[in-house]
Write a protein that binds this ligand. Structure first.
Ligand code: 4YB
Length: 472
């Protein structure tokens, strides 16, 4: 392979092994040949519509197979696939279109955006491109846009090149020993890098993406499709451990955890019950995983975020901030249709996360710089209190937010979710925390975890902050 070009991996599989499944659905396998055929139909229609190099096209679909096929077709035209969250309300669409400068939208929803709009059905009904040239993709071509909410206001578009995704996939695939014939269960959305990362890794090595039915419980999917790999955020693992009492399915070799710190309770139980857990640190801007623990890691290792994967570099800035660069680093943010490249000298990107690297090269993430607040002149990193709370027996999850205080300015208050049947004992927690933390870090209030504060893959810290202000 040249260093500048790449033949579309789906095309390669479809010529070498057309009957090989690239996607498994509840209804059965979708072969490389069948998916290639679908991509060529869409490609023909998009070409007719005049889509070309550098055009930014939104994909706003519930159907994961159509999403994947449209993205691959767009890449062959050197166009950019912008993955829109299916949770975006129709009223929020115009802002996103404007933010990244979309030329058109592929959707089956009844919306009338200010740009041309195509339904996936019409895109898939024409004649496919036949006998086409070998689809060579340029590594430097702009490939995708994902949205990241950040701490303020309007989501920003994160622009990646194909090179970013290729090296992201290579590094992760090497690390988790992903091979042809493996099956990676997809239970993260494709508008998140953690979900799309699964697809690209699998396409690259000749593994299959397993797409369960919508709403199919995770425990059922694990036994039904016998995947070798799965990526989960911590709430998914927490629910799985609660609802699935059997031993982990035998084929399963890797459960890649990402998106946040994993509470101690969950890690301990997962390890005790022999789930093949890996913890990791990653971010949209780095096309998913940056560091990860190796397969088969001990509990002590899993408490860290592991070591830097190939094709990424990480350093800690003077203020303790985690800085990253490498072949996976994004091209820049799209804001009002313009590309902003927020990089420091040497190409480093400041993640806004704080952490440190120990003598074994293992990353420890402390929390986000912008979650910090000051209480009576002391700096409080809420994630440090959360970690202490999550080590207490019976506490499944905790989030700490500031509440106003006339004397201290702000003080910490905690939302707590208990494991099944654990008793609500705030006085005992307070006493235990006092032994571990300085007094100013002990929460002044404990509230039960409210329902519905998971926003997408993350707990919405801002929603809990507002909730705390209402109650305090
Ligand atoms: C953390 C953190 C940690 C992230 N400790 N805070 O393929 C994967 O890498 C994957 C697998 C399973 C689940 C998710 C993934 C991801 O891609 C995660 C990528 C992600 O979460 N991106 S994000 O842009 O939505 O959020 C990034 C932020 O999340 C970071 O900047 C951190 O603040 C936080 N985070 N890993 C503590 N180990």
């Amino acid at each position: 392979m040249s260093t500048r070009n790449l033949i579309c991996p789906l095309f390669q599989w479809s010529s070498r092994a057309p009957d090989q499944p690239v996607i498994w659905l509840a209804s059965g396998p979708l072969t490389a040949g069948a998916l290639e055929h679908r991509v060529r139909r869409i490609l023909a229609r998009l070409q007719q519509e005049g889509v070309g190099r550098g055009d930014r096209i939104g994909i706003w679909l519930d159907d994961p197979v159509a999403t994947i096929a449209c993205m691959l077709a767009l890449w062959r035209l050197q166009a950019v696939a912008c993955l829109l969250s299916t949770r975006t309300p129709p009223g929020g669409l115009a802002t996103l279109i404007q933010q990244v400068g979309l030329q058109a939208l592929i959707t089956d929803r009844p919306v009338q955006p200010a740009v041309p709009c195509w339904s996936p059905e019409t895109l898939q009904t024409g004649a496919p491109v036949v006998g086409a040239d070998i689809p060579r993709l340029a590594l430097e071509q702009e490939a995708t846009i994902f949205f990241t909410s950040g701490s303020t206001g309007t989501p920003k578009g994160v622009l990646h090149t194909l090179r970013n995704h290729l090296y992201s996939a290579r590094g992760v695939a090497q690390h988790v020993q992903l091979r042809a014939g493996d099956r990676w269960l997809l239970v993260l959305p494709l508008y998140h890098v953690g979900g799309m990362g699964v697809v690209i890794r699998c396409l690259l090595v000749g593994a299959a993406v397993v797409i369960p039915e919508r709403q199919e419980p995770l425990e059922q999917a694990l036994t039904r499709y016998e995947p070798t790999h799965v990526s989960l955020v911590h709430t998914q693992l927490w629910r799985l451990l609660r609802d699935f009492r059997d031993a982990p399915p035998r084929a399963l070799r890797v459960v890649l955890l990402g998106g946040s710190a994993i509470p101690e309770d969950v890690l301990q139980e997962g390890v005790a019950r022999r789930w093949p857990l890996l913890t990791s640190y990653g971010l949209t801007e780095m096309a998913s995983t940056v560091t990860a623990t190796p397969p088969g890691a001990s509990l002590a290792l899993l408490r860290t975020s592991g070591q830097v994967l190939p094709y990424r570099a990480l350093k800690i800035g003077p203020d303790g901030s985690i800085q990253v660069r490498g072949a996976v680093r994004f091209a820049g943010y799209l804001e009002n249709g313009q590309l902003r490249r927020p990089f420091e000298q040497g190409g480093w990107f400041d993640t806004g996360d704080l952490g440190w690297v120990d003598e074994k090269g293992l990353l420890h993430v402390e929390g986000r710089r912008d979650n910090r607040f000051i209480s009576g002149g002391e700096n409080i990193q809420p994630e440090a209190i959360e970690r202490a709370l999550q080590r207490l027996p019976g506490v499944a999850e905790a989030m700490v937010v500031p509440v106003p205080d006339p004397e201290f300015g702000e003080r910490p208050a905690a939302f707590v979710r208990l494991s099944d049947s654990a008793p609500w004992t705030p006085e005992r927690w307070r006493a235990q925390l006092r032994r571990e933390l300085p007094g100013f870090m002990v929460p002044v209030a404990f509230w039960r975890w409210p329902e519905g504060v998971e926003a997408g893959l993350k707990v919405a810290r801002r929603r809990l902050q507002e909730e705390a202000r209402r109650r305090w």
